[in-house]
Design a protein around this ligand. Sequence first.
Ligand code: ATP
Ligand code: MG
Length: 324
Amino acid sequence: MTPDEHCDGLCEICQLRPVADEPATPSRVVAESAAMREVLRRTAAIAAAAASVVILGESGTGKEVIARTLHANGPRAGKAFVAVNVAALPAELLESELFGHARGAFTGAVGARAGLFEEADGGTLFLDEIAEMPLALQAKLLRALQSGEVRRVGESRAARVDVRVICATHQDLAQAVAERRFREDVYYRLKVFTLRVPPLRERRADVLPLVRMFLERAGHSGRMTPAAERALLAHRWPGNVRELANAALHGAVLAGAAEVDVGHLPDDVLDPAPAPVDGPLRTLAEVEREHVRRVLDACGGRQADAARILGIGRTTLWRKLRED
Ligand SMILES: Nc1ncnc2c1ncn2[C@@H]1O[C@H](COP(=O)(O)OP(=O)(O)OP(=O)(O)O)[C@@H](O)[C@H]1O
Ligand SMILES: [Mg+2]
């Protein structure tokens, strides 16, 4: 399948090709918030470069989505994108997984095997949870990055590979360097470019468009009641987009053919918002003005969404905004 068969052209904002996260489930990168649009702008700008990228962000924010978008929009798009979770394997296994092994290199190595570096030749190697990489292996990674050569475990000859390395972590990598858990030389070699994917609570304008996309992907119409939209916008989303995707699936299944209502959402999404801090006593008009602005911001400036959530007509909203 060519990339064009599963997307509707380039995004008009960032000129990026919407990427399929898995070949079977076409998806778009949702980016309605200014913060996420900025991330995509930077992604577009560095997609064609050959240097390494470090993607930072809390768990579930979409770091792998950005890594795949980088790959899909660069010159390596037609070649392999190989992803490996560094934290998922013990050190010895990780070494042979990344670099391969010679026949008889260790007990159980019945045949020779190429590693993921060789598999990704010409393409991209995505090292997820890079902060978890054991120090000894970091040294071997540095050699591979500097020389463009990899040596299989138990093999004396090295093989040349042409691989772009993209890493991700939810940890503070600079802190890991300060604590000597991560090598400084590897850190600087990797972070030629850094992309920071903001947590969902800092880009609320993405919440409703993401929920709609996930609902539609689950075969639902994407329609929600204003109460459900309010609950979704008020939640803090500690699990970020992954938590939101699960909440949408929950909603789609329980709602069936009906609109998604609050009762269809997972219980923890309905947790009451923290009590507002005490402030100066303000007039009703001031409070209303500020509240209208807040809701409009949370809806990414979409007046139709904001009016529904506020429980007023679009004309009324328009009038209130004009009074500002
Ligand atoms: N902007 C987005 N548009 C569409 N889908 C998204 C977006 N961001 C994240 N997703 C979806 O949310 C889920 C989590 O994203 P992803 O796996 O990229 O997060 P992550 O930051 O790598 O998480 P972790 O730190 O747990 O590995 C995936 O199903 C992904 O497809
Ligand atoms: Mg990930």
